[in-house]
Design a protein around this ligand. Structure first.
Ligand code: AMP
Length: 431
């Protein structure tokens, strides 16, 4: 089977790595890919994965590539091409593609849409209101005593969420989003949610339009500095499983969130085939959904796919064609940890082109996989080419063993200015 993967980050490297292990895969392309993806080889025939220099949002060029190479299955990593309708485009051209269609992508591209859907179908979420008017939004913030979270409706590079502790702060947040338009058109409308206290975890479920299969839990670390300090990032590290939900509690959460989600999608004529990634707060009154993402998390994918025992080609095909029902997801009992190594300065401005050393030694360590994110090949050397550079991932018999293995690998890798968090998994180990 000829496969095309779209995207260039750590998530896409993990997808390519796992797809390349399938006996079904005979050729894999990745657009645009990165230096690590270009080093992958297929288990079935030893062929190299080929990176093609087409951006993830260049839909017509991607469709032309799929036609030219006679791709059997296209796998979409990032949210933007999904929101732009890449799945609809490929389907119109009769090409099988995995990922949500444009209508389903609204769960991520519009927080107002998601909030209204959750309320309509009884999905546990924060008390909230959705507003197109500044004064009404501010009045609602006041009913929450100003302790609230103000969210721009649209995609805002993960920055359109402002946490407020007082009415004055809340009013400033509403003005920033709706009046100053700090996030552009994404701020035409806002969602205001009550501030929820608790432990935050990531859920993932693979969906085929009817069935949703829940993954084990994982936890991301969004802030750049240890102790959850500093600026928000795309994610500085993950581990799976977390100890915060028992198997029975995870089943219950799946039942309370995914059942009404799938029922609601059917009622609204939304054919949800792809990945659903709800961000969850574990509150005193149970798990509540903060937001929906409509694709795999990054760096959640790195810990999930290193634990997944199923053939990923078979799973994604089943998700795309609607035959997930009888398939059981199977996970290694091992814990998995991903530590993100980022460029100095990230998430602010950062230099590129720093030579990365120690990758081979790290990759040779047992049960360790170094996923590349922002890397490029320059003059025969692998250099930094983005904010998040590597996702150093390791399995272990338990979480402390996986942490020790991941950090041992991190210590062997060097590039100028490298920064990483030293407290990944600390909420679980109590360290
Ligand atoms: P979102 O993009 O909606 O997930 O929000 C980004 C981050 O803001 C989340 O990962 C949470 O840490 C935080 N957050 C969002 N909504 C709430 C809420 N209602 N209460 C507390 N924290 C929140």
């Amino acid at each position: 089977m000829k496969i095309l993967v779209i995207g260039s980050g750590g998530r896409e490297h993990a997808l390519v790595w796992k797809l390349a292990q399938s006996p079904h895969a005979t050729q894999i392309w990745c657009a645009p890919g990165n230096a690590g993806i270009a080093q992958e080889r297929l288990a079935s025939n030893g062929a190299a994965v080929e990176c093609v220099n087409i951006g993830a949002e260049e839909l017509p060029r991607l469709a032309a590539l799929a036609g030219e190479k006679q791709i059997d299955l296209t796998v979409v990593g990032p949210d933007n091409p999904l929101a732009l309708g890449i799945v609809d485009l490929f389907q119109r051209q009769g090409r099988r593609i995995w990922g949500v269609n444009q209508k389903a992508a609204q769960f991520e591209s519009s927080k107002v849409f998601s909030q209204k859907f959750m309320e309509k179908y009884g999905i546990p979420t924060a008390a909230a209101g959705t507003f197109a008017e500044v004064a009404a939004a501010k009045r609602f913030c006041a009913t929450l005593g100003g302790k609230c979270v103000v969210k721009a409706d649209g995609l805002a590079l993960g920055k359109g969420v402002l946490i407020c502790g007082s009415q004055a702060e809340a009013e400033r947040a509403v003005d920033e989003i709706m009046v100053s338009r700090a996030f552009g058109a994404a701020g035409t409308r806002v969602v205001v949610q009550e501030f929820l206290e608790g432990m935050e975890v990531s859920l993932h479920a693979l969906c085929d339009g009817v069935t949703a299969k829940i993954f084990p839990t994982s936890q991301d670390h969004k802030r750049v500095l240890d102790g959850d300090l500093g600026l928000n990032t795309g994610g500085m590290g993950t581990y799976s499983p977390t100890p915060f939900l028992t198997a029975a509690q995870l089943d219950e959460a799946a039942h309370r969130i995914l059942d009404p989600f799938m029922r609601g999608c059917q009622a609204e004529g939304i054919d949800y085939r792809g990945l659903l990634y709800p961000g969850i707060m574990l509150t005193k009154s149970g798990p509540k959904v903060l937001e929906f993402n409509a694709r795999f998390g990054d760096p959640e994918t790195q810990v999930y796919l290193t634990r997944l025992e199923n053939d990923l080609v078979e799973l994604l095909e089943a998700s795309a064609v609607g035959t997930l029902g009888p398939i059981d997801l199977s996970w290694s009992d091992s814990a998995s940890v991903c530590v993100v190594m980022a460029s100095g300065g990230y998430p602010g401005s950062y230099p590129k082109g720093k030579v990365i050393s120690g990758l081979e030694a790290a990759g040779a360590l047992p049960k360790t996989k170094v996923f590349h994110a922002g890397t490029a090949l320059k003059g025969g050397q692998i250099v930094t080419n983005g904010g998040r550079v590597l996702g150093v991932t390791a399995l272990g018999g338990d979480l402390p063993a996986a942490l020790a293995a991941a950090y041992a690998a991190v210590e062997t890798i060097h590039f100028d200015g490298a920064q990483f968090r030293r407290d990944i998994g600390a909420k679980a180990t109590g360290a």
